[in-house]
Write a protein that binds this ligand. Sequence first.
Ligand code: ADP
Ligand code: MG
Length: 397
Amino acid sequence: VFPGSEDAAGQRATLGVLGGGQLGRMFVHAAQRLGYFTAVLEPDAQSPAGRVSHHHIRTDYNDPAGLAQLAQLCQAITTEFENVPAQALQTLALTRPVAPGAAVVGIAQNRIEEKALFAACADLSGVSCAPYAVIETPAQLQAVQNDRPDLLPGILKTTRLGYDGKGQVRVKTAIELAAAWAELGSAACVLEKMLPLTAECSVLVARGWDGQVVSFAPQRNVHVDGILAVTHAYEGNMPPDLANRAREAAVSLAQHIGYVGVLCVEFFVVDDGSEHGGLVVNEMAPRPHNSGHYTLDACDVSQFDLQVRAMAGLPLPPPRQHSPAIMLNLLGEVWFDGSGQLREPDWPSVLSLPGTHLHLYGKLHARAGRKMGHLTITGPDVARVKTVARRAADLLG
Ligand code: ADP
Ligand code: MG
């Protein structure tokens, strides 16, 4: 699908996305910059992506008429929201190229299948996931309580619909485990051993229909209360041997599953007594990722540019980072002062700092934990980026 082209009926080349959040918005921006028209399927009338797209189809993700309209408008379709029903992608794939495909999105939506995939890839990628057990029945709970003391203390995670630390309970004892499973509605879960993390990082990979694959260097991520707070993207952000292994593991995973589109793989760095620690694969997201937002301002092609290129069958040149960067997530808390009153953040002061790139997603109401925007700081060297990031964080604190 060439950018800016028209078909016989005079219709402009159009790319579609399922989901209307900020990831969809930044995808739409990237597609439009290349001259594509865009279509967003998203029920929310005020959605960040819907408001900036040429077409906004306002139906549920699995509404047959909405999906038919999306397929009719678009030459290729992607997703921005990993809990979009895999069935919807399957329906669209009957008539249009869809990247990533329903099968891999289905795996990423299910922690049990995701862990099974990681385990199957461990030999190939050289990286395994945390020790875990599946708990779907009272008998399995009992068995874990009796036979897997090695998994405690641990984290009980629901198999489906978890994000930003939601659907997770930390447990220390077999009794707490039983209570936590009840608290999570006795839903299908995995119990994961609590690992001594020294750092977290993620790798973004883009792979085309022809198997061409490119990746970004790993970025180091700091989470607060289960939500990404800060991403450090510069040389020296982590030991080079770990960075290389993470990058190779993510690429081999994308190749192994024949992935098409942008894939983010998250890793833990674990204190295992070795000099730099060991690498453990945590989870994957079948789409651009919050930890890759710095690529918009610090790289010659961004993760969203690569998403557009991959789905449209355009060339995938290796991305080059031209500036060190730190990304600060702007959660709803930034819009409230110490006494809980709504306030407008001091943007003039933030924007007067050199190398600050403000991205607001156009969401109408700030709520605690809600991702409202992000601020990327770039600069000529790491020291100056860190200084400006500290000042910006103070202003927003
Ligand atoms: P989510 O889908 O909410 O992102 P994750 O599985 O990535 O769920 O967990 C969220 C965060 O919780 C991680 O980024 C990490 O900080 C912490 N965490 C998750 N699993 C473990 C573990 N096994 N050991 C230690 N910390 C963990
Ligand atoms: Mg995560």
